[in-house]
Design a protein around this ligand. Sequence first.
Ligand code: VGL
Ligand code: ZN
Length: 199
Amino acid sequence: MHDAVLVIIDVQNDFCSGGALAVPDGDAVVPIVNHLICRFHRVVFTQDWHPQRHISFASSHPNTPAFSRIATSYGEQTLWPDHCVEGTTGAAFHPGLNVPLDATVVRKGLTLTCDSYSAFFENDRRTPVGLDAVLQTHHARAIVLAGLATDYCVLHTALDARALGYDVTVIESACRGIDVAGSVADAWKRMEHAGVRRG
Ligand code: VGL
Ligand code: ZN
C-alpha cells in the first residue's frame, strides 16, 4: 500500500489578499497547508498559469463583466478578472508557503482557448493536464487535497480524481472558496455525492 499524495491547489498570490482574484480569507490556509506538508512524503503543488488574453479573462471579450458566463466550444465558461498570468508575481506561490525544493509542480490553464479548473483534465473534460501522470509515476491510489478555491479548482480536481478511481480526502480547514451564490455549499454536496471524504 502506497502513501497518499498531498495535492496543494493554487495557493498563489492572486488568490490571496490583495490579489487579482482574492479568495475571502485565502491566506488563512497557508499555515494550515504548511503543517500538512510536514506530514506527507510526497507533495504535489498546482499553479493556475494563464497566457495573457486567456479565454477565461473578462478583458478578452467585448462587453462582458467579470463573473458573467459565456458560451464556448467546450461549454459554459465563467469569466474572471485577469489573474495568474504566467511569470507574474500574482502567479507565484504565496511567499509563506513551504514549497520543498523537490516538490512536483503541475501548471494548468496554459491553453489560450480552454480554461482548466481541474489538475486532471481541462474544462473540455478531455485534454489531460498532468496530475494523473504524476500520481501514476508514484503508484498513488489515494490523494489528500487542500488549497484554493474550494468551489472551483479543488472541487473539479476532487471530482476528476474520484472518476479516475482515486481515494480522495479534502481537508476542509485547509481550503477556502470564492463562494458565488452558495457555490461552496454546492461544491461540498457534489463532492460528498461523488464519495469524497471530508477531512
Ligand atoms: C480558480 C477561478 C479561475 C481556482 C482558477 O484556482 O479555483 N478559480 N481560475
Ligand atoms: Zn484561472
